[in-house]
Write a protein that binds this ligand. Structure first.
Ligand SMILES: [Zn+2]
Length: 173
């Protein structure tokens, strides 16, 4: 697989319709005038991206909202994003699971099987690189209501989650 995180501009099977409603809804603002959800700039600094993220708590839900908004805005060329890519060193990722935009807070890969070599790109980096991935993974995480989940993922979704969990650990492809 080549360039799976860099979807060609001509469009491809990977540019699916989006179910996330945040893109079209009216922008709500806080009392201070800050938008409740913001599209954030993407960090490219390798030194910052090499830093490890820490546990996310309730007060970090604003970051999760921004992360969703930023991934939705970049959906033509990106299928997953980690909080450090928008400058926040918190263990939060957002991924497309098919057409569904999922947020995972404090994700942890607790099981894996079927190692293979993948070729990936990254919104924060240029070019395509080879990396080891697992075909099936089990992930424990919390959702946006801090409810705990343990779920199995396979194939492309599993690959995206592994890439973003690596970001949380400061690992780049
Ligand atoms: Zn990346």
């Amino acid at each position: 697989m080549v360039g799976i995180f860099h979807i060609p501009e001509s469009g491809s099977a990977l540019s699916f319709p989006i179910l996330y409603s945040g893109v079209t809804e009216n922008v709500k603002r806080t009392e201070t005038g800050r938008k409740l959800k913001m599209i954030r700039n993407i960090v490219h600094d390798p030194l910052f991206l090499a830093r490890k993220s820490g546990p996310a708590a309730m007060e970090d839900l604003r970051i999760a909202a921004d992360l969703k908004e930023t991934l939705a805005a970049n959906r033509e060329r990106c299928v997953g994003i980690a909080a450090n890519m928008i400058g926040e060193l918190k263990n939060i990722i957002a991924v497309f699971n098919g057409p569904i935009l999922m947020v995972m807070i404090n994700p942890r890969i607790t099981g894996k099987s079927g190692e293979y070599t993948a070729e990936e790109g990254c919104l924060s980096l240029s070019g395509i690189r080879q990396t080891k991935r697992w075909k099936e993974i089990t992930v424990s995480y919390q959702d946006e209501f801090f409810r705990p989940h343990t779920e199995r993922f396979s194939g492309f979704t599993a690959q995206i989650i592994q890439h973003e969990c690596d970001h949380c650990k400061g690992i780049l492809i």
